[in-house]
Design a protein around this ligand. Sequence first.
Ligand SMILES: [Zn+2]
Length: 183
Amino acid sequence: MPKGIYKRKPHSKETKQKIKLARLKRKEKLGYINSPETREKISNNLKQLYKEGNLILPTMLGKHHSNKTKRKMKDIRQGKSYEEIFGVEKGKRLKERFTNEKNPAWKGDKAKKFSYHAWLSRHKLKSDVCEFCGKTKDNFGHIKLVLANINNHQYTRNPKHYKWGHYSCHINYDNLNRKREQR
Ligand SMILES: [Zn+2]
């Protein structure tokens, strides 16, 4: 199962157990979980999706690529368009399907802080120095820069609403802001 942000809350352990039991009971009583008609429907749907090129067959299910293979795939794919990787026809379809709003992982305005941050960290040009203090190292000698929201914690996809900065500088900024608001 892919990890990520789901629209619904994950089922609790008890709920999962209940679902499992209900399905087992059904199987005992009827001899199957999905009726032959339902199975036929599912099968046809999958065939249709496969024909349209929208189904990725799970050949890697339960397996992992080695790090070497992952690096190789990254080298091959990096900086290339879908068309260059998959050929014009399939590339076009995949691009349509996975670009921005059409990406099934895209939650539009409801996207959580996490997915905004992930998106921005890919799209906002990373700075060499902290954009809060202008220095490479903060007072504690930390170099690492994190993405910080400077838009009153209103999360948007506008790079102008974010800064690359030291964690400590970000916290300082937030604290100053809070004091300013309280005044
Ligand atoms: Zn700083």
